[in-house]
Design a protein around this ligand. Structure first.
Ligand SMILES: *Cc1c(COP(=O)(O)O)cnc(C)c1O
Length: 443
C-alpha cells in the first residue's frame, strides 16, 4: 500500500522536519514556541486588518447597545454592552503551585467570558457581532435604519417581519450555534444551525426551544460547516456565517481587547516592558482566540504574549502553524482522531485565515490532556467557586506550562501578569456541571 502523503511528504519526513510533531501525533502534551514570532511592528506589515476595522466594530456594538438592553434584560447593568468581569484568582494560583509544583511567578487573573450575557461563552463576542452587522446592513440598504438613529427601534414587529424574509445559517460544535441562534431568532431571522456530532444535547434543546432549526450531523465540525455552507448557498436570502474564514467574527472578538485595557486600568494593573502580559486562550477553529489575540496586540503591542491552548486530540492550529500548511492539513491527516471532551475545541482543521493572520504574532501553542481539563475544572470550583465548561479550562494550564518551559531567566520578572481566558460555562445545566465536577473528583 502506498503511504499517504501530506503536501507531498510522508508523515515521517514531516516529523523529521519538526521533531515536536512526533509527540503531537502521539497525543502527548506539548509546548511549541513559535519560531516565526516577530515584533509587533514587523508582523503588522503583513496583515491587512487594521485598528480602524476593530474600532469600527466597537462603534457598531455601541450603536446596538440600546437594542440589546431592551431585548436582553441581563445586559441592562452594562447598558447593552456584552462584557465579562476580570478577576484575580489567588486561591487557584496557590492550588496550581501545589498541584504542579511550580513557582507561580506573577499575578494570575481570569477573564470570565463564561459569564458573558446572552450566550454564556466567548461566542457572545464574535457570533452576536456578525449577526448584528448583517442585520444593520440589510436594514440600512432597505432604508429602514440610519446609523444616527436609536437602534432600540429594531425591537418592533415591523423590523421582525422585515428580517423574517432573511435566513442565517452556521455550522458549529455547539457554542457558536448557541450564540448565533439566540441572537438571530431574537432579531427575527430564520436561523438554521448545523451541529457537529460533538455538540451537546442540551445546546440543541435550548436552541430548538427558541425556534431555531437545528440539523444534526454524525460527523465532525468541518463536515457540519461544509454542509451548512452548501445548503445556505441554495437560498439567495440566506447568509452563511463562516467560522473558518469570517473577518466579521474575528473583529467582534477583537473588541474585547479595548475593554480589557480599561479593566486592567481600573484594577491599577500596568502593562509595560517591566510588566508584560501573558494571555492563554483556548483554541478551536481559531476565530475567537485569534480575534482576541489580534486585538490585544493592537493595544499592548510587544508587551503582550498570546498563547493558544488546544486539546491533545485536536491540535489543528498547532499543526497548521508548525507545518505552515494552515487549513491545507487536518489532525486526521496525521492520524489524530479529533475526539475530545472539550466540545468547543473539537476542530480538526484550523481556520487558514486566522493561522495566516497570526503566524507572526502568536507566541506559542500548547496542548492539554482531557483529564487535566476536568481536574482543573474541579480545582477552580473548589478554590474560587467558578464553574467553567471543560473547553474553557484549557487556558488554565498556560501559566504552569510557560513557567516550566521558559528559561526561568526570561520570566524572573515579578511584574508579570497572566490572564487565563475562561471561554464558557454559565449556560451549562446544573446536573451536567455536577457530572463534570464529579469526573474531576475521580481523576
Ligand atoms: C468556540 C470556543 C472556543 C474557541 O473558539 P474558536 O473560535 O473555535 O477557536 C473556546 N472555548 C469555548 C468554550 C468555545 O465555545
Amino acid at each position: 500500500m502506498k503511504e499517504q502523503l501530506i503536501a507531498g511528504k510522508t508523515i515521517d519526513s514531516w516529523k523529521q522536519k519538526h521533531p515536536l510533531l512526533k509527540k503531537v501525533v502521539d497525543t502527548e502534551e506539548v509546548f511549541w514556541a513559535n519560531p516565526k514570532y516577530k515584533s509587533y511592528e514587523q508582523a503588522m506589515k503583513n496583515i491587512g486588518i487594521t485598528e480602524d476595522d476593530v474600532k469600527d466594530a466597537e462603534e457598531r456594538l455601541k450603536r446596538f447597545a440600546p437594542y440589546l438592553e431592551r431585548v436582553f434584560p441581563e445586559t441592562q447593568q452594562s447598558n447593552g454592552i456584552i462584557e465579562s468581569p476580570l478577576v484575580e484568582i489567588h486561591s487557584m494560583k496557590q492550588c496550581l503551585r501545589d498541584r504542579y509544583e511550580v513557582d507561580m511567578i506573577g499575578r494570575l487573573l481570569l477573564k470570565c467570558d463564561n459569564e458573558l450575557p446572552i450566550a454564556g461563552s466567548i461566542k457572545a463576542r464574535g457570533g452576536i457581532y456578525e449577526v448584528l452587522k448583517h442585520a444593520e446592513e440589510l436594514a440600512i440598504k432597505h432604508n429602514l435604519l440610519s446609523t444616527e438613529e436609536d437602534y432600540g427601534v429594531i425591537d418592533s414587529q415591523a423590523f421582525r417581519t422585515f428580517f423574517s424574509r432573511y435566513a442565517i445559517a452556521v455550522g458549529s460544535t455547539g457554542n457558536l450555534g448557541l450564540s448565533i441562534g439566540i441572537i438571530s431568532a431574537k432579531i427575527g431571522f430564520k436561523v438554521t444551525v448545523h451541529m457537529s456530532a460533538d455538540a451537546k444535547q442540551w445546546k440543541k434543546d435550548l436552541l430548538r426551544s427558541k425556534g431555531v432549526a437545528v440539523i444534526e450531523y454524525t460527523s465532525d465540525y468541518s463536515k457540519a460547516v461544509e454542509e451548512g455552507r452548501r445548503q445556505s448557498e441554495t437560498n439567495k436570502n440566506s447568509y452563511f456565517i463562516d467560522d473558518e474564514n469570517s473577518i466579521n467574527l474575528f473583529l467582534g472578538y477583537a473588541v474585547a481587547a479595548y475593554r480589557l485595557k480599561r479593566q486592567l486600568e481600573d484594577m491599577d494593573i500596568t502593562i509595560d516592558e517591566n510588566h508584560p502580559l501573558y494571555v492563554y486562550l483556548p483554541c478551536g477553529v481559531g476565530g475567537g482566540p485569534g480575534g482576541v489575540a489580534f486585538g490585544l496586540k493592537l493595544v499592548f503591542k510587544n508587551h503582550v504574549h498570546c498563547f493558544f491552548a488546544e486539546p491533545t486530540h485536536s491540535p489543528c492550529m498547532l499543526i497548521g502553524l508548525m507545518t505552515e500548511l494552515h487549513d491545507q492539513v487536518s489532525v486526521q491527516d496525521f492520524g489524530i482522531d479529533n475526539i475530545t471532551e472539550a466540545d468547543g475545541l473539537a476542530v480538526g482543521r484550523a481556520s487558514g485565515f486566522v493561522g495566516k493572520t497570526l503566524e507572526e504574532l502568536i507566541s506559542g501553542v500548547y496542548t492539554i490532556d482531557d483529564d487535566a481539563l476536568y481536574i482543573l475544572l474541579k480545582d477552580l470550583a473548589d478554590t474560587e467557586n467558578i464553574y467553567l465548561e471543560p473547553s474553557a479550562l484549557a487556558g488554565m494550564l498556560g501559566p504552569v506550562t510557560l513557567i516550566k518551559e521558559q528559561a526561568a531567566g526570561e520570566l524572573e520578572d515579578q511584574g508579570l501578569v497572566h490572564i487565563v481566558w475562561a471561554t464558557g460555562g454559565s449556560l451549562v445545566p446544573k446536573e451536567i456541571m455536577e457530572a463534570y465536577y464529579k469526573k474531576g473528583a475521580i481523576l
